[in-house]
Design a protein around this ligand. Structure first.
Ligand code: CA
Length: 236
C-alpha cells in the first residue's frame, strides 16, 4: 500500500438516494478523500459530533430532518464548517435560503460529476487558506473592533456579531492585503471560486453588508473603501 504524505480530507456525505450516494462516495474516494455516508439529517448531526470532518456535502430533501435544518443546527455549534448543498430544488428562494445558512456553495441536481469534484476541491482549498493564521494571530484588532477568524465572532461598530463563512473569508482576504486594493475578480475567485468576470454584483452586496458591520458611517466608509477601477481596500 502506498503511504500518504498528506492526511486525506474527510467528507461527510448526507444523501438519501442510495444510487447517487454510492456513486458519489466511490468517485470522491477515487479522488483521495475519506468519505462517510449518512442517509438522514439526524445521523449526519450525530456523525459530525463524533468525527472531525473537513467538508459536509448536504442534500436538502432528507428524511427525519431536512437539510436546511441540519445546516442551521450545524451553524449553532460549528460556525465555520464548510458546507456544499446539493438539491433538486432550483428556485431562487431556496438558493438564497441555503446560502443564508452559511453554505459555501450550491449545486442543483442533476449535476455533472466533474462539476461536483471541482466545487469540492475549491471549497477545501479556500478553507485550507482560511485556516492559516493571519500574521500569526487569530484575532485581528482594528480600533475598538476585532474579528476572531477561528470562531467567526466579531465586534463591529454596533456590537458583537457572528460572521458567515463568506463574510469571514472576504474580511480575511482584505485584511491579509491591507492597504492594498483587492479586485472584485480576485474576491470572486478566492471566496466563491468563480471564474473572473462573473457576478461582480455579488461581491458588492457582501461589501455593503460588511460596511454595515464595521463602519461607523456605512455610506462614508473609512475602513473598507472602494478604490476606483481597482476594487476594495481595507485600511486598518
Ligand atoms: Ca434527497
Amino acid at each position: 500500500m502506498k503511504t500518504q504524505e498528506t492526511k486525506a480530507k474527510k467528507i461527510l456525505l448526507v444523501e438519501d438516494e442510495k444510487h447517487l450516494a454510492k456513486g458519489l462516495k466511490f468517485n470522491l474516494e477515487r479522488e483521495g478523500y475519506e468519505v462517510s455516508l449518512a442517509e438522514d439529517g439526524v445521523t449526519a448531526l450525530q456523525r459530525l459530533n463524533e468525527i472531525d470532518f473537513d467538508l459536509l456535502i448536504l442534500d436538502l430533501m432528507l428524511p427525519k430532518m431536512g437539510g436546511l435544518e441540519v445546516a442551521r443546527k450545524i451553524r449553532d455549534t460549528h460556525a465555520r464548517f464548510p458546507i456544499l448543498i446539493l438539491t433538486a430544488k432550483s428556485t431562487e428562494s431556496d438558493r438564497e435560503l441555503g446560502l443564508e445558512t452559511g453554505a459555501d456553495d450550491y449545486l442543483t441536481k442533476p449535476f455533472h460529476l466533474p462539476e461536483l469534484l471541482l466545487r469540492v476541491k475549491g471549497i477545501l482549498r479556500r478553507w485550507e487558506w482560511y485556516k492559516t493564521p493571519l500574521h500569526d494571530q487569530e484575532v485581528f484588532r482594528f480600533g475598538k473592533m476585532w474579528i476572531n477568524f477561528a470562531t467567526g465572532k466579531a465586534k463591529g461598530a454596533s456590537g458583537e456579531l457572528l460572521l458567515t463563512n463568506k463574510e469571514a473569508l472576504i474580511m480575511k482576504l482584505l485584511i491579509s492585503k491591507k492597504g492594498e486594493a483587492v479586485s472584485r475578480d480576485e474576491l470572486l475567485e478566492k471566496v466563491w471560486g468563480y471564474e473572473p468576470g462573473t457576478e461582480t454584483r455579488t461581491v458588492d452586496n457582501f461589501i455593503a453588508r460588511l460596511r454595515k458591520y464595521f463602519e461607523k458611517k456605512p455610506q462614508k466608509p473609512e475602513r473598507i473603501v472602494t478604490v476606483r477601477e481597482k476594487g476594495y481596500q481595507f485600511n486598518p
